[in-house]
Design a protein around this ligand. Structure first.
Ligand SMILES: NC(=O)c1ccc[n+]([C@@H]2O[C@H](COP(=O)([O-])OP(=O)(O)OC[C@H]3O[C@@H](n4cnc5c(N)ncnc54)[C@H](OP(=O)(O)O)[C@@H]3O)[C@@H](O)[C@H]2O)c1
Length: 272
C-alpha cells in the first residue's frame, strides 16, 4: 500500500506524538504536514520532527489524503469552519478530539470518510491503544489506510461510537490513573525510608513489568493478583487497606466522571 499523505491539524501533545510515530513507522517527513497556531511552536516542531509546520490549517489540509484533527474539543467548531473551505470528498478525516461526535464532521465535510479515534499517550513509545469508529463503511483501501496510520503508534480496536466516551474514560485517561498510582507509590516508598532514586526505579520497573505480565499472560488481573497474595501475608494486609478504603468505588467514580466530561465536551462542540 502506498503511504497516505497526512496533515495533522493542531500538533500539540497528541498531534506531535502521532506525527513522530508516523516518521518512526517509515513515513518520510515530506509526506506529512503539521498545522499549529503559534510561530514559535511551529519552528520547534520542525526542528524536532523534521516535518514542515504551518500556521494555516487550510494550507496544511489542502490535497492531503488524510486530515487528522487533533485540536482540543473546544477548538473543534472553529477548526472545522476553517477546514470546510478546503476539504474535498476524496480526503479522509480522522478526529481524535474527545467526545466530539462523527456527525459534527460529517455535516462539515459532506462525502468525506470520517473516523473518530481515541488514542492515548503511550503512543509516544509505540505502545498506544487507540479505539476508533468509522462514520460509514470504508472501502478496503481506506480501511487499510486507517489501520496503517493508527497502528503506527500501537494497537487499535474498532468499536461502535456510543462506546467512545467510555473508551475516553478508560484508555484515553488511563495513563493518568497509572501515573497517579506511580506518584503515590513513590511517595509512600520514600516515607518508608527508600532513597528517591531507588523508589523511582522500583516503582517504574514494577509497573512496567506488571503491565507486560498482564498483557502477555492468559491469566486475568484477578488471578495474577491472587498469585502475589498469600493468606495472612504482606500483600493481603495491603489489599485489605485498599478494599476497606473504597479503592474500587473511587476508581469507578473517576471513570464515570471522565465519561460524563467526554459527553459534555462533545455536546458543547455539537452546539457551536
Ligand atoms: N493528551 C491526551 O492524552 C489525549 C488522549 C486522547 C485524545 N486526546 C485528544 O487530542 C486532542 C488534543 O489534545 P492535546 O492534549 O494534544 O492538546 P494540546 O496539546 O492543546 O494540542 C492542541 C493543539 O491544537 C492547536 N490548535 C487549536 N486550534 C487550531 C487550529 N485551528 N489550527 C491549528 N492549530 C490549532 C493548539 O494551539 P494553541 O497551543 O495555540 O492552543 C494546540 O497546539 C484533544 O481533542 C484531546 O481530547 C488527547
Amino acid at each position: 500500500m502506498e503511504r497516505p499523505t497526512v496533515a495533522v491539524i493542531g500538533a500539540g501533545s497528541m498531534g506531535e506524538i502521532f506525527a513522530s510515530g508516523l516518521v518512526r513507522a517509515g513515513w518520510d517527513p515530506s509526506e506529512l504536514i503539521l498545522a499549529v497556531r503559534r510561530a514559535e511552536r511551529a519552528s520547534d516542531l520542525t526542528h524536532f520532527t523534521g516535518i514542515e509546520a504551518v500556521l494555516d490549517a487550510r494550507e496544511a489540509a489542502r490535497g492531503r489524503d488524510i486530515v487528522m484533527i487533533a485540536v482540543k474539543p473546544k477548538d473543534v467548531p472553529e477548526t472545522v469552519r476553517q477546514l470546510a473551505e478546503v476539504i474535498t470528498p476524496d480526503q479522509m478525516v480522522i478526529s481524535i478530539a474527545a467526545g466530539v461526535p462523527i456527525a459534527v464532521f460529517a455535516e462539515a465535510f459532506p462525502g468525506s470518510p470520517i473516523v473518530r479515534a481515541m488514542p492515548n499517550t503511550p503512543s509516544a513509545v509505540d505502545k498506544g491503544m487507540t479505539a476508533f469508529t468509522v462514520g460509514s463503511p470504508l472501502t478496503p483501501e481506506l480501511a487499510e489506510q486507517v489501520r496503517t496510520v493508527l497502528q503506527a503508534v500501537g494497537e487499535t480496536l474498532e468499536l461502535s461510537e456510543d462506546l467512545l466516551d467510555a473508551v475516553t474514560a478508560v484508555s484515553g485517561t488511563g495513563p493518568a490513573y497509572v501515573f497517579l498510582l506511580a506518584e503515590a507509590l513513590i511517595e509512600a516508598a520514600i516515607r518508608e525510608g527508600l532513597p528517591h532514586h531507588a523508589a523511582e526505579r522500583l516503582v517504574h520497573q514494577t509497573l512496567w513489568g506488571s503491565g507486560m505480565l498482564l498483557a502477555n499472560s492468559d491469566k486475568s488481573a484477578f488471578r495474577l493478583r491472587g498469585e502475589v497474595t498469600s493468606p495472612g501475608g504482606t500483600t493481603a494486609a495491603a489489599m485489605h487497606v485498599l478494599e476497606e478504603g473504597g479503592f474500587r468505588a473511587l476508581v469507578e467514580d473517576a471513570v464515570q466522571a471522565a465519561a460524563r466530561r467526554s459527553r459534555e465536551l462533545g455536546e458543547r462542540a455539537s452546539d457551536s
